[in-house]
Design a protein around this ligand. Structure first.
Ligand code: FAD
Length: 404
């Protein structure tokens, strides 16, 4: 064990753990900070397997943490990218209603966006949609000009570089395997030795509920992994999409529905869907982890969720296993797209907190426990909001964690 204790250890080298670490090293440069990451580099999981969208904040309930931290976080992310020369593009997006019965929900999104302080939102008809996205079709669309794209793996690498530059330590290939708490210190056992600290912040993403239990706390939720699979448009058909084309999301789920994204590299992909994964880091259908599966199946909330949403879940599996079903869903937004235009792309796994009553936790959730803070639910738009999540956590928890 190291003989000089840390002031704070952060578990998890994703965009959230790194965002929190960056804020701490900026605000408290004299504090000793250690961030541990089990993989050999940062951003190996959700933060390096996402759509790369800088969300504007149009979707989220006014007053929620998601709404507040996304809107301010998007501005901070754009400024961060500008400052550090990270490629980004504020390309705007369209949310397209393809059926009349989606119009009230589209209007609700406009109201939410305005309540969240977004400017420039406007409703357009089919002709104007074709001026923006010549191949998209819909009865009415909401234009969101402030949405953009970047590459969050690059953002994470820059966060890590700045943390080290500020005197913090980012230790990779170090998995937390045990946590011992006493009145005066916390010992974090890892595959690279044990470290003593006064305070601990759990940003372990897909494993955050397990880390909470390791620290002796009952998280009250279980993390359920939802895989998001992408198809890529073949390069010669990438011109079908200029920027970002989204459907009107189903309000019962925290996912946005399969959409088209022109990434910062210029590549266009379609997805992600939301399939229950059989492993927390299960990027393929064939990835099965019995421990992960067991922890979902043993949780009463899982069965309550399954009873409520089995029909939708089966639909997602069907679209996952059948390319033609996936393509049919996409053709609602882009009628010209065909099966031959798409090739299998990457995938990502979302960490979604599930409550005992079967409800999917919607808002970000930060749970303090003495000198430990658990970040238990930080789904999309947490990459966008990461700098502001760091700031919010430090603003509210610094005193409790003994940092201030
Ligand atoms: C398919 C998909 C698309 C998305 N699209 C967007 C988008 O366009 N825009 C947006 O803003 N958000 C998006 N998101 C959401 C965003 O990517 C996540 O909210 C964000 O990356 C969460 O960051 P995190 O740091 O909490 O998790 P992660 O990036 O998963 O990081 C957690 C880290 O903890 C480490 N860890 C776990 N256990 C241990 C342990 N025992 N010891 C040490 N380390 C450990 C893991 O290895 C991992 O690196 C998307 C997510 C997915 C999956």
């Amino acid at each position: 064990m190291t003989d000089s204790p840390y002031n704070v250890i952060i578990i998890g080298g994703g965009v959230v753990g790194l965002g929190v670490a960056l804020e701490i090293t900026r605000r408290f440069p004299r504090r000793r900070l250690l961030l541990i990451e089990k993989e050999d580099r940062v951003a190996r999981h959700q933060s390096g397997h996402n759509s790369g969208v800088i969300h504007s904040g149009v979707y989220y309930k006014p007053g929620s943490l998601k709404a507040r931290l996304c809107v301010s976080g998007a501005a901070a992310m754009i400024e961060f990218c500008r400052q550090h020369g990270i490629p980004h593009n504020i390309c705007g997006k369209v949310i397209v209603a393809t059926q009349e019965d989606e119009l009230p929900r589209l209007e609700e999104l406009r109201k939410r966006g305005e309540a969240n302080g977004l400017t420039g939102l406007r409703m357009i008809g089919p002709e104007e949609l074709r001026e923006i996205e010549p191949h998209a079709a819909g009865v009415r669309s909401l234009v969101v000009p402030s949405t953009g794209v970047t590459d969050y793996a690059v953002v994470c690498a820059k966060y890590a570089e700045l943390i080290s530059g500020n005197g913090g330590t980012v230790l990779t290939s170090a998995a937390a395997t045990g946590i011992k708490r006493s009145a005066s210190e916390i010992i974090v056992e890892t595959t690279r030795g044990a470290f003593s600290t006064t305070a601990l912040i759990n940003c372990a993403g897909l494993h955050s509920d397990r880390i909470a239990r390791m620290a002796g706390d009952d998280p009250g939720i279980v993390i359920v992994p939802f895989r998001g699979e992408y198809y890529d448009l073949v390069p010669e058909r990438a011109s079908l999409v200029r920027a970002l084309i989204y459907p009107v999301p189903d309000p019962r789920f925290p996912f946005l529905g399969v959409h088209f994204t022109r990434r910062i590299t210029g590549k266009v992909d379609a997805g992600p869907n939301a399939v229950l994964a059989l492993a927390r880091e299960g990027y393929r259908h064939t990835d099965i982890n019995l421990r992960d599966l067991g922890s979902s199946l043993a949780f009463a909330g899982f069965w309550r969720m399954a009873r409520q949403h089995w029909r939708n879940g089966l639909g997602e599996w069907h679209r996952s296993l059948s390319k033609s079903a996936f393509v049919r869903a996409l053709q609602r937004l882009l009628p010209e797209v065909g099966e031959d235009d798409l090739v299998p792309g990457g995938s990502g796994v979302r960490a979604q907190a599930l409550k005992p009553d079967g409800a999917l936790v919607d808002d970000f959730q930060f749970v303090p426990s003495g000198k430990v803070l658990h970040v238990l639910n930080v789904p999309s738009p947490a990459a966008t909001a990461s700098l502001m999540i760091g700031k919010a956590i430090v603003d509210t928890a610094a005193a409790n964690l003994g940092l201030a």
